[in-house]
Ligand binder design. Structure first.
Ligand code: GDP
Length: 210
């Protein structure tokens, strides 16, 4: 491994070794925390493994609630990482399958947040490695293109897919990234179960932190 990559991994480790504090859960634009340090938001279909990823990433067992009940409340949940980066857990979308439900889920609060947040550095858009990319995922990417918010695709649950299928999935995700104006070209493959990709993801986040 090169020195730069090693340094990036170390920066990620240090960032996540620090304090991670729940700030607030908001349901209206007025309740958003004041614009402060850089923010990175986590998005994805309900059940994509977002809560598990946040917990694995931060090493907190129950930072975000892993839920068997997708599609509950429309909340944005803010977590402060050592005063250097805010992690924002966005509500899951697409539970009703129809692409128009993304529009419904992401209207109002979500879209206002995504479009109007000057310190939002990136959205991590999670895709379940073991299921097909859904119309709702594509609709979410289109909305991020429209909002001109840089997003990066993150494959979840890599442990549950055989290597050839995973490689195909990664290729598909990279092709999707190329097709979307707001997408970051690099795709990150993760598993919350095995911690695959966690150090790499922490390094990416450290690069966006203050
Ligand atoms: P959320 O609705 O996006 O927050 O998803 P959860 O984190 O609640 O996870 C949804 C389901 O996927 C749960 O049954 C998890 O146990 C499972 N899951 C989450 N991450 C992984 C993973 O890395 N590997 C495997 N095999 N299952 C996972």
């Amino acid at each position: 491994m090169g020195g730069d990559a090693g340094a990036a991994l170390e920066a990620g480790r240090v960032l996540f070794a620090g304090e991670c504090r729940f700030v607030r859960a908001v349901q209206s634009i007025e309740a958003l925390p004041p614009v402060g340090v850089a923010e990175v938001a986590f998005a994805g279909r309900s059940n994509v493994g977002k809560s598990s990823l946040l917990n694995a990433l931060t090493g907190r067992r129950a930072l975000a609630r892993v839920s068997g009940m997708p599609g509950r409340t429309q909340q944005l949940v803010f977590f402060d990482l050592s005063g250097r980066l805010m992690l924002v857990d966005l509500p899951g979308y697409g539970y009703a399958q129809a692409p128009k439900s993304v529009q419904a889920d992401w209207q109002g609060l979500m879209f206002d947040y995504l479009r109007g947040r000057p310190n939002l550095r990136r959205v991590l858009l999670l895709l379940d490695a073991r299921v097909e990319v859904k119309a709702s995922d594509v609709a979410a990417m289109q909305m991020l293109d429209r909002a001109a918010v840089t997003f990066q695709l993150v494959l979840t649950k890599a442990d549950s897919v055989r290597p050839p299928a995973l490689a195909a999935k990664e290729q598909q995700a990279r092709a999707l990234a190329r097709a979307h104006s707001a997408a970051h070209p690099e795709v990150i493959t993760t598993s919350s179960a095995t911690a695959l990709g966690m150090a790499a993801l922490r390094a990416v986040l450290a690069d966006l932190a203050e």
